[in-house]
Design a protein around this ligand. Structure first.
Ligand SMILES: NC(=O)c1ccc[n+]([C@@H]2O[C@H](COP(=O)([O-])OP(=O)(O)OC[C@H]3O[C@@H](n4cnc5c(N)ncnc54)[C@H](O)[C@@H]3O)[C@@H](O)[C@H]2O)c1
Length: 431
C-alpha cells in the first residue's frame, strides 16, 4: 500500500473490482479501513473514500487471509537499492513466500502479478522457483505468474492509471496472461503481451530514456544559455519535428552511428561548451560510447579467431557512397590493423567514382581499400569463414543466407532469417 499499491488499489476499486490492500504497516492498513489514503497523491483521498463507502476496498496485515479471499495478488512492495548497489528484494521475497504458503490452503486457481520494478529475469529466475516451492504447485497447475510494469508518475498517478500509453503484461511459462488482461477491461489503451523478462527490461528502458531526455534537454539548455540563447525556444522548435526527433527514429538497437554530420556536430557542441566553460558529461561521452559499440563488434569477430572475413556494407548507411566517419570503415581499419584478411562488398560504393572529401577520407583512413573491395556478394563470400553484415540489400542477404552454413555470422543489421539457420555460428550486435 505504497504509492503504486494504494493508487492501483483505489483505481481498481473504482473500476468495480473488490480490492484488499495488504501492508506490514498497520498505520496504513488502519487508514484505508477508515476511508483514508495512506499516501499523498492528487485525487487519491477522494477515490479512497469513495471506494471505502462503496465497500470496494479494505485492508489487512494478514496476507494469508487476503490470498484465500481473492483471485489475483498484485505485488508492489518496494525494491530499493541495497547498500552494495544491488536491488534489495527482501520485501518481495517475503511477500511471494507468504502468497505461496497461503496457496497451500487454497485449491482454486490463483494469479500472481509482480508490479514492483525488478531487474530483468527476476520474475522468471527468482520469484517463480520460490513461489512454486512455497505453494507446493507448479505454474500451470492452478497458478499463473506474470510481470506487469507500472508506468504511473507520482503527482499524476490517477490520470496515468486510467489513461496509460499502453499496458504490458509479461507472462512466465506457457500460460497466457488472460487473467491480468481482464483486470484492465474498460481502460482504453493497447495491451501488449510479452515475456516477463522483456516486460521487466522495458521498465528500465523507459526510465533510463526519460532520464536521458531530461539530461539531454538540460545539457543543451546549459550550453545555449552560456552563449546567450534561450534554449526553451530552440527545444520548443526541436519538439516540432515528429519525424526524426519525437518519433521512433533512431531507437532501434543496431550498429554505431557515423557519417559526415553526427560525429562532427557532436564535437562542435562539446567544443562550444568547452569554450563557454560548461561541462557536458553526457554529450561529451557520446562519441566514446559510439566507439565502444564499434569495439564490441570488433571483439565479436576477434573472439572467433583470425580468419578470413567477408564484410558487407562500408558506407555509414545503406544507399550512399559516403564513407566519411563510417563506423564500418573504422571496423575494417581495425580488422586490417590486427592482421585479418578482408573482402568488402557495398554496391553503392564505387571507389573509382569517389571524389572530394569522401576520397580524401578513404585515402587517409584505409588507402589500400581498393584491393579489398569486390564486385559481387559471391566473390566476397569466397573463402570467408566469418561473415559480417554491416548492411546489405535483400538480394545480397539472400546470397548470404544461401552461403552461411558452416560459417560464423556477425550481424550488425538484424537479419532474422540468419538467426534461425541451424548450422551457423550466429551472433547479433544487440540481440
Ligand atoms: N513510485 C512510483 O512512482 C513508481 C512507479 C512505478 C513503479 N514503481 C515501483 O513500484 C514499487 C513500489 O514503489 P512505491 O513507490 O509504491 O514504494 P513504497 O515504498 O511507497 O511502498 C512499498 C510498500 O510496501 C510495503 N511493504 C514492505 N514489505 C511488505 C511486506 N512484506 N508485505 C506487505 N507490504 C510490505 C511498505 O510498508 C510500503 O507501504 C517499487 O519497486 C518501485 O520501483 C514505483
Amino acid at each position: 500500500m505504497g504509492y503504486v499499491g494504494a493508487v492501483s488499489g483505489a483505481c481498481f476499486a473504482r473500476m468495480g473490482h473488490e480490492v484488499i490492500g495488504i501492508d506490514v504497516n498497520r498505520g496504513k492498513v488502519d487508514t484505508i479501513n477508515t476511508g483514508g489514503s495512506p499516501v499523498v497523491e492528487e485525487g487519491l483521498s477522494a477515490l479512497m473514500q469513495e471506494a471505502h463507502t462503496a465497500g470496494k476496498i479494505s485492508a489487512t496485515v494478514d496476507p494469508i487471509e487476503a490470498v484465500l479471499r481473492s483471485d489475483i495478488s498484485l505485488v508492489s512492495v518496494g525494491t530499493p537499492t541495497a547498500t552494495d548497489g544491488t536491488q534489495a528484494l527482501g520485501a518481495l521475497d517475503a511477500v511471494v513466500t507468504s502468497i505461496g504458503q497461503a496457496l497451500r490452503r487454497k485449491s482454486e486457481p490463483h494469479t500472481v502479478v509482480v508490479r514492483s520494478t525488478v531487474m530483468p529475469r527476476t520474475t522468471e529466475d527468482r520469484i517463480r522457483p520460490s513461489l512454486e516451492q512455497a505453494a507446493g504447485r507448479r505454474l500451470g497447475d492452478r497458478l499463473e505468474l506474470s510481470f506487469n510494469p507500472e508506468f504511473l508518475r507520482e503527482g499524476a498517478a490517477i490520470k496515468d492509471f486510467f489513461h496509460p500509453p499502453f499496458i504490458v503484461v509479461g507472462g512466465v511459462g506457457a500460460e497466457g496472461c488472460s487473467q491480468v488482461n481482464a483486470l484492465y477491461n474498460g481502460i482504453d489503451a493497447p495491451i501488449f503481451s510479452t515475456t516477463a523478462s522483456i516486460a521487466e527490461s522495458l521498465k528500465y528502458a523507459c526510465n533510463a530514456f526519460h532520464a536521458v531526455k531530461i539530461t539531454f534537454a538540460n545539457e543543451m539548455g546549459a550550453v545555449f544559455k552560456a552563449i546567450g540563447l534561450d534554449s526553451r525556444e530552440a527545444m520548443r522548435l526541436f519538439c516540432e519535428d515528429r519525424d526524426l526527433n519525437i518519433s521512433p527514429a533512431y531507437l532501434r538497437p543496431g550498429f554505431a552511428f557515423g557519417g559526415s554530420c553526427l560525429p562532427k556536430e557532436l564535437r562542435a557542441i562539446v567544443g562550444m561548451a568547452k569554450s563557454a566553460r560548461v561541462d557536458l558529461p553526457m554529450l561529451s561521452n557520446v562519441l566514446q560510447s559510439n566507439d565502444q559499440h564499434i569495439a564490441r563488434a570488433f571483439d565479436m569477430i576477434q573472439r572467433r579467431g583470425r580468419r578470413k572475413v567477408a564484410l558487407f556494407g562500408l558506407a555509414f548507411k545503406p544507399g550512399t557512397d559516403d564513407l566519411r566517419e563510417s563506423p564500418l570503415v573504422t571496423l575494417a581499419e581495425r580488422l586490417i590493423g590486427k592482421g585479418f584478411e578482408l573482402a568488402i562488398f557495398d554496391r553503392s560504393v564505387d571507389l573509382a567514382r569517389l571524389t572530394g572529401t569522401n576520397l580524401e577520407y578513404i585515402e587517409r583512413e584505409i588507402p589500400h581499400l581498393d584491393r579489398l573491395v569486390t564486385n559481387s556478394a559471391e566473390e566476397t563470400l569466397a573463402g570467408a569463414r566469418t561473415i559480417v553484415i554491416g548492411h546489405a540489400p535483400r538480394d545480397v542477404v539472400d546470397s548470404i543466407v544461401g552461403a552461411a552454413a558452416g560459417r560464423c555470422v556477425i550481424d550488425l543489421q538484424g537479419v532474422s532469417a540468419l538467426k534461425e539457420l541451424p548450422d551457423v555460428d550466429y551472433e547479433g550486435i544487440c540481440w
